[in-house]
Design a protein around this ligand. Structure first.
Ligand SMILES: [Zn+2]
Length: 204
């Protein structure tokens, strides 16, 4: 607490003022400009005596610089722009994701085959799988039909089946496929790379 006696209070204020880091910096600046050569010699002397302490402090502060990607992880072209960038373009990112997914889960391997032929092949593999599971399978006669297959259970109940092509996400084992109208089928059969079939909905 400050003193009530004005003389003692002034002394107290002065002491606090001189003890503040700001005032110490001002004092050091004043000393330096009073005789720069002398202060520099003092500093050199202090540095010589405290070399170990200075080095230890520098070692504690040291962090090696890590250089992140400078070339596109897809095409290998030099990257420009923000730090930490991995790909030059969205198409490069997608190509790399596709390659990763293919390495993990395989590929459809249908390049060069028309999409309607691929659709027909997928309907056939799903039909074969459903026959193997013990259902009677009926195929659509017209491509304009609202679903691809009809199955008949042993209890003589019918189920509408839609067949589509799906893909695995980059690293996880979750899948994605084009959106379908839910009121058109009871069971969705997703054909994945390597002819794997995943059914969305309960098999009857
Ligand atoms: Zn690229």
């Amino acid at each position: 607490m400050p003193h009530k006696d004005p003389e003692k209070r002034r002394a107290w204020d002065r002491a606090r003022y001189w003890a503040s880091p700001e005032k110490k910096r001002a004092r050091d600046r004043a000393r330096y400009w009073a005789s720069p050569g002398k202060q520099r010699a003092r500093k050199r002397e202090w540095d010589r005596e405290n070399r170990e302490k200075i080095n230890a402090r520098a070692r504690a502060r040291y962090r090696p610089i890590t250089i992140t990607a400078v070339n596109c992880a897809g095409c290998g072209k030099a990257l420009t722009g923000r730090r930490g960038k991995k790909f030059c373009s969205l198409s490069c990112r997608r190509a790399k994701d596709r390659a990763l997914s293919a390495a993990l889960h395989g590929e459809h391997g249908n390049s060069g085959i028309s999409s309607s032929s691929v659709g027909a092949m997928h309907e056939l593999v799903v039909s074969a799988d459903l026959i193997k599971r013990g259902y009677e399978v009926f195929r659509a006669v017209s491509p304009a039909n609202s679903c691809d297959l009809i199955i008949l259970t042993k209890a003589r109940r019918t189920f509408r089946v839609e067949v589509t092509t799906g893909h695995y996400t980059r690293t996880s084992s979750s899948i994605f496929f084009p959106p379908k109208k839910k009121d058109r089928f009871d069971l969705l059969a997703v054909v994945l790379p390597n002819w794997k079939i995943q059914y969305i909905g309960e098999l009857p």
